[in-house]
Design a protein around this ligand. Sequence first.
Ligand code: 5GP
Ligand code: ZN
Length: 115
Amino acid sequence: MQQDCVFCKIVNREIPAEIIYEDDRVLAFPDIQPAAPIHILLIPKKHIANILEATEEDQDLLRHLLATVPIIAKQVGMDEAGFRTVINTKDNGGQTVQHLHLHILGGRFMTWPPG
Ligand code: 5GP
Ligand code: ZN
């Protein structure tokens, strides 16, 4: 738990969010400013500032985070049409919340390249 981290506060239920998926290590909830008809954020409950800060001991957690993506995609019905997963990192990545999170976007065709 990092003081003043908005996603840690969601993990601790200090900020409300509709929980889409939860287990002992990860949590998923809708993005407050959706960039697509379906826009879910998937986070580790452990505070890790970004993917660069993940350590050797986080490897299993990262595996689990990625393994949770298809579970959520199936749960919300994005497995047929497909979806996009994004991890923004630091300034050039456009990261605005300094707690590692994976965007899962779907419900429309995603263009490429990203802006
Ligand atoms: P980033 O730009 O860091 O990759 O993504 C952060 C995302 O978190 C943004 O898309 C933003 O809309 C979302 N966000 C920021 N604060 C909150 C919040 O309090 N609740 C929820 N559900 N999403 C948030
Ligand atoms: Zn945090």
